[in-house]
Design a protein around this ligand. Sequence first.
Ligand code: NAD
Length: 248
Amino acid sequence: MSLKGKTAVVTGGGSGIGRAISLQLARDGAAVAVWDLNPEGAAETVALIEAAGGTALACPGDAASAAGIARSAALTRETLGPITILVNNAGITGFTPFLEISEDHWDRMMAINLKGPFLCCQQVIPDMLAAGWGRIVNISSSSAQTGANVMAHYSASKGGVVTLTKSLALEFATKGITVNNIPPGFVDTPMLRASPVDVEAEAASVKSPMHRPGRPEDIAAACSFLVSEAAGYITGHTLGVNGGRVMP
Ligand SMILES: NC(=O)c1ccc[n+]([C@@H]2O[C@H](COP(=O)([O-])OP(=O)(O)OC[C@H]3O[C@@H](n4cnc5c(N)ncnc54)[C@H](O)[C@@H]3O)[C@@H](O)[C@H]2O)c1
C-alpha cells in the first residue's frame, strides 16, 4: 500500500486505460478522484474501486475547461484532501486526411489532448509544492514518437504532451515533483475498438511483435511504478509500454 494517505486524480478515468489506472492506484492505497466527461463511466469506476475496498470519488466534468477543472479540484480537495498525484489521461482521437482537418477539429484536439493537461497541471501543482512531493504522469501516444498517418492533429497534440512533460520535469525537479509520460500504441479499449483499426489483423501482423494488443492493465502497471516512491529519481522520461511495437 505504498500510496496510502495520498490523493490521486485520473482524468478520463471512466473508461479504458484511465479506468485501469484508477483501479490500480486505488489498489496501491491512494484515494482516487475520477474526473470524466461521462458521469456514468466515472460512477462505474468508482463503484468498482469501492467494491474492492478502496476509496474513490466521481467528478463528472470537462478536463479541458478551466472552470470544470477548478470545480473538480475543489470537490476533490474537500472530499479526499490535497492532490499530489495527477494522471492526465483524458483524450480524444481522430482519423482525418490532413487536407480535410477543419480548424474547429484541430482546436478541439488541442483543447482536450494538450490544453487539458496544461490546465490540470496548473491547478494541482500548488498542492504538490505545498506537500514537497508530487507525481504527474501524462498519457501521450506512440504517434508522438513515430507520427501517424491521417492523424496529424492527434499526433501533434500528443507531441506537445511529451514536450510539456519534459519542460515541467525540469521546472519542478528540485521541488520533489516528477513528471513523466507513457505513450501507448495499440491498447484494447473502447477508443481503439471505435477506430478504423482492425484489431485482430493488426495484432497478427509484424507490427505487433507480441501478437496481441496492449491491455489497459499493462499501462496501469507502468503508471503505478512511475507514481511510486521507487521512481523518485525518474523524471522527464518517456516509458514505452507497447509490446515492442516502438523502439526509439
Ligand atoms: N487505446 C489506445 O490504443 C491508445 C493509443 C495511444 C494513446 N492513447 C491515449 O490513452 C488515453 C486513454 O485512451 P483510451 O483508449 O482509454 O480511450 P477511451 O475513449 O476508452 O477513454 C477515454 C476517456 O476520456 C474521457 N474524456 C474524453 N474527453 C474528456 C474531457 N474533455 N474531459 C474529461 N474526460 C474526457 C472519456 O469520456 C473516456 O471515459 C487517451 O489520452 C488516448 O489518446 C490510447
